[in-house]
Design a protein around this ligand. Structure first.
Ligand code: GDP
Ligand code: MG
Length: 166
């Protein structure tokens, strides 16, 4: 199995930290498939079972969501349309307006994984997860996976979840 995974989320949710954790030092940018896309490849993680190609979405990362207009939204959707899975990061216990604006732009025709990062910070984890289940349902997320990129917790679960959708 091999596929493109878009990673989206407002600044500071931990995208770079998560990618560094998953990809480690073994960054490869030699995949032909990746180079034919509109994306910038952030890293590739290869296991015996699968190859995960993580790509960024410039539209989400370089501009504040509040400045997004219709044309911008269209461009973001186009950018996401040639990825297999979309993985959106949010921070545990901190859902902002900007997060919600990103959610509005996610495609509805492919698997959406809500990754709740920084769970090492969460005080009321059960309450948090219940709340996020509601958010996930409201925005049609396919799966919800809590992780701590910093501590490296639950990353195996995240990779298993992603692999299911490649
Ligand atoms: P990005 O802007 O989405 O790429 O976010 P970064 O990866 O640069 O992380 C932003 C900040 O959050 C940094 O100070 C990270 O050390 C911190 N951070 C990232 N992941 C975690 C986590 O799982 N737990 C905690 N406590 N902090 C984290
Ligand atoms: Mg970053």
């Amino acid at each position: 199995k091999c596929g493109l995974i878009a990673i989206v989320g407002r600044p500071n949710v931990g995208k770079s930290t998560l990618l560094n954790r998953i990809v480690g030092q073994k960054i490869s940018i030699t995949s032909k498939k990746a180079q034919t896309t509109r994306h910038r490849v952030m890293g590739i993680h290869t296991t015996d079972e699968a190859q995960f190609i993580f790509v960024d979405t410039p539209g989400f990362q370089t501009r504040h969501a509040s400045t997004m207009n219709r044309a911008m939204n269209k461009r973001v959707r186009e950018t996401l349309s040639d990825t297999d899975v979309v993985m959106m990061l949010v921070e545990a216990g901190r859902l902002t307006r900007e997060d919600r604006q990103v959610m509005e732009l996610l495609p509805k025709d492919r698997p959406l994984i809500l990754v709740v990062n920084k769970i090492d910070h969460a005080k009321d984890r059960a309450g948090l997860m219940a709340y996020l289940q509601e958010v996930a349902a409201a925005h049609a997320f396919t799966e919800i996976v809590p992780v701590s990129a910093k501590q490296g917790s639950n990353l195996e679960e995240l990779l298993k979840t992603l692999e299911k959708h490649l």
